[in-house]
Design a protein around this ligand. Structure first.
Ligand code: MRU
Length: 340
């Protein structure tokens, strides 16, 4: 994002402070921040997607726990806040990972200072993980540029896995930002991402803020764009990766991966190790959030379906490991998923 853009999340003040967030529901037309002063404020902000993206909701929840200590919270109340924040959204494991870290601190030292230090550490570590993911991801994509016959290399992404979705520069978008920093001619194909348009509202916004060439497409155009030879790789983020490498991400990612396989295009997942859930053997076990029918029938205020029609609105899908050419974490890029 450009220099005038505030951070996605920031803690204002010290232990008596509060959490300030960019309200992502208002982008791209308005860049507005909201302040969360209570645990309930943070829960609501996560639930309604004012803050969204797997790493960002982990960081937001960690700061949310800090707010529990301010109301003179007892240890029991802080534990209760952790349990409550864990009910905000079910799929991204980073939320539970961050809350587990906060719970461990509560057991050792429930002071506001100790909790804030931990939340800040989670935030800073996430930023560092994003930077490392960008470098590893760019390294594996460089050969595409070396053998390119076209003016630019097309990379398709789905949903938003950028600065808005993390405590740093992003995961999938961090790879793209790093390629751009290396002066490699990248062109991003941005899936609009029905029904809530994280691709068009957020990813296209982040890319245009940074002056990175991109083209927005409706999700159902990806097959044609691939067939026309415009996409050389697909890179997305993830909300949870099972022990066998199956990866849950925004609904439509599985479709993009299937199309990529059909067109012989490599599909990569870029995510920090905090997104890996070794407790789940396969993606079948990943809980998938279902959201309100209105997001499909009445998104952004326009009625687009007859009243009362039955709607199925899963917010995520699971891409099986066999469709994934590589997993890019802050530690390394793997062409076979491996927990060790
Ligand atoms: O429902 P959202 O907008 O929170 O979904 C976000 C995604 O699916 C992202 O791709 C994922 O969290 C990775 S963010 C680095």
């Amino acid at each position: 994002m450009n220099r005038d853009c505030p951070p996605t999340l920031q803690w204002i003040g010290e232990t008596d402070g509060h959490l300030r967030l960019i309200d992502q529901t208002r982008l791209p037309t308005e860049l507005v921040e909201i302040d969360c002063h209570t645990v309930e404020d943070v829960w609501q902000a996560i639930k309604r997607l004012s803050v969204r993206g797997a790493p960002a909701i982990g960081v937001a929840a960690a700061y949310g726990v800090c707010l529990a200590t301010q109301a003179g919270g007892t240890i029991a109340e802080v534990r209760k806040a952790c349990d409550y924040l864990a009910t905000s959204r079910p799929t991204a494991v980073n939320l539970f990972w961050a809350l587990d870290r906060m719970r461990s601190v509560v057991e050792q030292d429930p002071s506001g200072e100790a909790l804030l230090n931990e939340a800040r550490a989670i935030h800073e570590e996430d930023a560092a993980m994003c930077a490392a993911i960008g470098k590893h991801g760019a390294d594996i994509l460089v050969p595409l540029f070396e053998k390119a016959t076209s003016e630019s290399i097309g990379i398709l992404t789905h949903c938003n896995a950028g600065a808005l979705a993390t405590g740093g520069e992003g995961t999938a978008l961090s790879v793209i930002f790093e390629l751009a920093r290396r002066d490699l001619p990248v062109h991003v194909w941005v899936d609009e991402t029905r029904p809530l348009l994280q691709g068009s509202r957020l990813t296209a916004w982040e890319l245009t803020q940074r002056g990175i060439p991109c083209t927005l497409i409706c999700d159902n155009m990806a097959a044609t764009v691939m067939k026309e030879g415009r996409v050389q790789a697909v890179v997305t983020g993830a909300d949870r990766i099972a022990a066998n490498g199956d990866a849950a991400n925004k609904i439509g990612t599985y479709g993009a991966a299937t199309l990529a396989r059909a067109h012989d295009i490599p599909f990569y997942i870029a995510a920090p190790t905090s997104t890996i859930d070794p407790a789940l053997a396969t993606g079948e076990e990943i809980p998938i959030e279902e959201r309100d029918a209105e997001e499909v029938t009445n998104g952004f205020g326009s009625v687009t379906a007859p009243e009362g029609v039955s709607v199925y609105n899963p917010a995520f899908d699971v891409t099986p490991a066999e469709l994934i050419a590589g997993w890019i974490t802050e530690e390394r890029a793997m062409d076979e998923f491996n927990l060790s």
